[in-house]
Design a protein around this ligand. Structure first.
Ligand code: ZN
Length: 983
């Protein structure tokens, strides 16, 4: 690690304020302040090569026009030194970044990226600094990203007027998703005066009120170094970061005093009850679709100790199925699952606690509120056992210590943790240093009832409470459409011939700019020689434990041991196969070995960091029609708790207990609600999975296990009663008896090498206790590919359009080139046609060498037929070779940026274990890298011609959309119409 700077030292215009070692997480925190502008900065130094940079601005809008969000988009559309249309997306392609994004929260806007390559890191920092502090913010970019008036047919002034724009469509999609709406509507009522009252993302009916001038003003006001928070993380030296930040950005500014702080909220004298609505299709059932949330405004973010206490209280009340508030809400049967966002939230200036139910009805609102209040009364009277409190502290410390990073960078998680208290009250340290607060907590616990008093103070005796009901409204969609139509008609009525001509002209100009070839030479780029030649091996050793082979991975896990087991499910009765995902969800949430589900839940909380089961499919790298179907069980615990982890696993394997009918109904209801709610945000995945299912046997099973088919089965199962439910329990028991056996099991451990010996005895006790069972393999059903065109009716105001093509297995000569082709299509064609011109939130393509499939997809798309046409044009565009050499290079870089994406220490072990089981060797992966690097223009043209143009006849189309969009599309599609189905 580079030398640590000293407090008081001055470096490149910054002064070092603090240097704090955070021993619990092996990080040194350096806090700085820029002398001239007052910009704040935190650097977290450690050994991690996945370096992260972020700059945050405190943005506190006073309306719901989406100004902060639209600015976030527009800032990335060209800047002073990089005056090109889309430097962000262009850099995404010429970089080996491991993460690039921009995020608008309710009170800040953050621009983070991460890279493991030093040259790349500074290239990206250069672009980000220029974008944030010196963007062009042209009116044309504002119209593309924000909103604009345009004719339905942009060049025909006689067609009807429409609102278009990327953010406009993005927010229309987001506001139709009740899970995402609930939090925004809660904010509207819980915060009468603070910025959180407004929707920083933008309300679709207010977005058109935003002017370009207001956008530019907003930037001028808030995007100033005096209102900026810089964050860096990793093993690169701090000094070079400072030099670049100073030179490229801060040196060009003076100090400025500007108002952006959030003042404390005005407190209610009385609790309130409010109702809000969300749109559903006219013929959809309305029952059990509502959500009810009871929420309190709690302490100020400045109170670090109170925040930690409320965090723990939230786990005590809601952290597992046995926790009193969780249990009372679910046992009431007033709803099917906790409402999204239940728990404690401390990202805002004033923090909040919420608890409620989804899958309920508006008439239950008062009853739900009563359950919440009465449970809190009871808990405040009775208190928590010291054992439970210790269990919760353990779980909290585990979460604090674990190095994550599989879905997004670990550093970003740390940044998010410290950002709130740092921005609002200048405290950059306490969120990452919990030991001081925990020591104080232990003293307070000795002194008297602590959590009991906290419940009274922050919740029961606190009148700043809102009970929000969010209910479906079948009229809303029509009403909103009518309002928009009237608004547009009123505008249309005032348009002169000249205005009309101007709109046509503007549309033509925008299209021209979008299509123009640009000189991108001002943007820095990596070369193919910057790509690491080899994939680093993940070393492991094998040993035989109690007669079974175990793979051991030495990784820097911060004192945590991860266990993973694969159980072969291919010998399972085919009738049981579809039920495996439900079996997996239930297995870790029910009772076992004489303990009920609550006792098991508390045991898991007190001894582990979690236990989870899931279904997995591993295709043969040589032949995609062959695959392993398996159940994966993972558990993690501090090394000192490994005996507890394996003790729990032993009981789950030996004697899972599915006999508690009430518990089964509760969990099945929760799974159903979660799956149904995932449709609006994952429509593209569901659509593509349904298409793929017609093309390969493994994809067929994947659809059964995680697609629309699973949603259907879950809905049916969740309705079972009495004997039928017992029958289902019998099926679960039969699956357990056939599956949880030593013959089916292979396993691995991930931990620090010095801890292996400490883990071994507990592991052996577990393995030696497993029951054997002989099973006959079952022949898989025969499979015939069927190119189909499917349309799925969903309650979404936009569409998700996918076309999936069968390709080749991992080891085939074309697999590397197809990866490049997918990146090329996305970056150089689909993004422009579907997002920029079409106004969809995303146009994507992906090739998967493991599944042997390639997909073209759109996300929150206002079009359907047009998008299918774009897919055909994309194939011909690629086959004709109408792309540049630079674009090929960028596509290759993009492939490696994905192949080399870093994982958490635990995740590295998990993945390498799966690779071993799959027979996907390092040599095969190395070979794939060579194939990717060797891909050239001729190869890409041939691949596009073979797999996309000629392969079109073998491909499958699947679209998820609202019913009217689907019917309208079918009228246009004629002979290529979609087979319309209900989910
Ligand atoms: Zn956005």
């Amino acid at each position: 690690m580079p030398e640590t700077p000293r407090v008081g030292e001055r470096l490149h215009g910054f002064e070092i304020l603090n240097v704090t070692p955070l021993r619990e997480i092996n990080i040194t925190l350096v806090e700085l302040r820029h002398l001239v502008t007052g910009a704040r900065m935190v650097h977290l130094a450690n050994e991690d090569p996945n370096n992260l940079f972020a700059v945050g601005l405190r943005t506190t809008p006073q309306d719901s026009t989406g100004v902060a969000h639209i600015l976030e988009h527009t800032v990335l559309c060209g800047s002073r030194r990089f005056p090109v249309r889309d430097p962000f997306f262009s850099m995404l392609r010429r970089s080996l970044n491991t993460f690039m994004n921009a995020l608008t929260s309710s009170d800040w806007t953050l621009y983070p990226f991460a890279s493991m390559n030093q040259k790349d890191f500074y290239n990206l920092m250069d672009i980000y600094l220029d974008a944030v502090f010196f963007p062009r913010l042209s009116e044309m970019n504002f119209r593309q990203e924000g909103h604009r008036l345009e004719f339905a047919d942009p060049l025909d002034s006689n067609s009807s007027l429409e609102f278009k724009g990327v953010v406009y469509n993005e927010m229309k999609g987001a506001m139709a998703d009740p899970s995402s709406l609930l939090g925004r509507r809660l904010n509207r009522h819980l915060f009468p005066t603070q910025t959180y009252h407004h929707n920083s993302g933008g309300e679709p009916d207010e977005i058109p009120d935003l002017t370009h001038e207001a956008l530019v003003d907003f930037h001028r006001h808030y995007y100033h170094p005096s209102n900026a928070w810089f964050f860096t993380y990793g093993n690169l030296p701090l000094e070079q970061h400072l030099e670049m930040i100073e030179e490229r950005a801060l040196a060009h500014f003076e100090a400025r005093s500007l108002a952006s702080e959030v003042l404390p909220e005005q407190r209610f004298e009385e609790p309130r009850r409010v109702t809000e609505t969300f749109p559903v299709a006219a013929d959809e059932p309305l029952t059990q679709r509502s959500m009810v949330q009871v929420a309190w405004l709690t302490c100020d973010i400045a109170d670090g100790f109170e925040r930690l206490a409320l965090d723990l209280l939230s786990i005590l009340l809601l952290g597992n199925p046995a926790a009193p508030l969780y249990k009372a809400l679910l046992d009431s049967r007033l709803g099917s699952n906790l409402a999204p966002g239940s728990g404690y939230h401390d990202d805002y200036r004033t923090t909040l606690f919420a608890a409620g139910l989804q899958g309920t009805d508006p008439e239950h609102a008062e009853a739900i509120e009563k359950v919440v209040l009465e449970t809190l009364e009871e808990v405040a009277r009775r208190g928590f056992s010291r054992e439970r409190i210790e269990g919760v502290i353990h779980r909290f410390e585990f979460g604090h210590r674990e190095v994550t990073g599989d879905s997004y960078p670990y550093a970003l998680m740390l940044c998010m943790r410290l950002l709130g208290p740092w921005m609002h009250c200048g405290d950059a340290v306490s969120a990452l240093r919990i030991s001081t607060h925990l020591e104080r907590l232990r003293k307070e616990l000795e002194a008297g009832p602590f959590f009991e008093n906290l419940i009274r103070r922050q919740l029961l005796d606190n009148p700043h409470r809102v009970t929000l009901t969010l209910r479906p409204d079948p009229e809303q969609k029509r009403r909103e459409e009518q309002q928009t139509a009237e608004r547009l008609a009123a505008i249309q009525a005032t348009l002169t011939a000249q205005d009309r001509q101007r709109l046509v002209e503007e549309a033509r100009l925008l299209k021209e700019v979008q299509e123009a070839e640009e000189d991108l030479s001002c943007l820095p780029s990596l070369e193919l020689s910057d790509i690491p030649a080899e994939e680093p091996a993940v070393p492991s050793t094998s040993s035989t434990e109690s007669g079974l082979c175990v793979q051991w991975f030495a990784q820097p896990t911060n004192g945590i041991g991860y266990f993973i087991a694969h159980l072969d499910a291919s010998a399972l009765d085919p009738e049981h196969q579809p039920y495996l995902p439900l079996f997996c969800s239930l297995l870790t949430q029910i009772g076992a070995a004489g303990l009920n589900y609550m006792e098991m839940a508390e045991r898991i909380e007190a001894g582990t960091g979690g236990i989870a089961a899931s279904t997995e499919i591993l295709e043969d790298p040589r032949d995609t029609s062959r695959f392993q179907a398996l159940v994966q069980i993972r558990g993690k615990a501090l090394v000192r708790n490994q005996d507890k982890l394996f003790g729990i696993l032993s009981d789950i394997f030996a004697a899972p207990d599915f006999s508690d009918r009430d518990r089964l109904r509760t969990v099945l209801g929760q799974i159903k609600t979660t799956l149904e709610n995932s449709i609006p945000s994952s429509g593209h995945s569901y659509a593509a999975r349904a298409a793929a299912a017609r093309l390969s046997p493994a994809a067929r099973l994947r659809e059964t296990w995680s697609g629309l088919e699973l949603i259907g089965l879950t809905k049916k199962t969740a309705e079972l009663k009495d004997e039928a439910l017992d029958e289902f329990a019998g099926r679960m028991q039969a699956i357990a008896a056939a599956l949880l056996r030593r013959n089916q099991l292979s396993c691995a451990l991930v931990a620090e090498e010095r801890d292996f010996e400490k883990i071994r005895p507990a592991l052996n006790t577990f393995l030696a206790g497993l029951a054997p069972q002989a099973t006959e393999p079952v022949a898989p059903p025969t499979f015939n590919p069927q190119p189909v065109r499917l349309g799925w009716i969903a309650s979404v105001p936009v569409s998700f359009v996918t076309r999936v093509f069968p390709t080749v297995p991992f080891t085939h000569a074309d697999s590397g080139g197809l990866l490049v082709l997918a990146k090329l299509l996305r970056a150089s064609y689909l993004h422009r046609e579907i997002r920029e011109k079409g106004g969809a939130y995303g146009g994507m393509s992906s090739a998967n060498p493991e599944t042997g499939l390639m997909s073209l997809l759109s996300y929150r798309d206002p079009h359907l037929v047009r998008t299918l046409r774009v897919y055909d044009e994309a194939a011909h565009w690629a086959a004709a070779g109408r792309f540049s050499d630079q674009e090929i290079k960028e596509a290759i870089l993009a492939v490696f940026s994905e192949l080399d994406r870093p994982l958490s220490p635990g995740g590295r072990g998990y993945r390498e274990f799966a690779n071993t089981r799959q027979g996907l060797t390092l040599e095969m992966r190395q070979d794939l890298r060579h194939k990717v690097l060797a891909t050239d223009r001729t190869a890409l043209q041939r691949l596009a011609q073979t797999y996309l143009v000629e392969g079109r006849a073998r491909s499958a189309v699947s679209v998820l959309a609202g019913e009217d969009l689907l019917r309208k599309a079918n009228a246009e599609l004629g002979g290529e119409g979609l087979e319309i189905r209900k989910i």
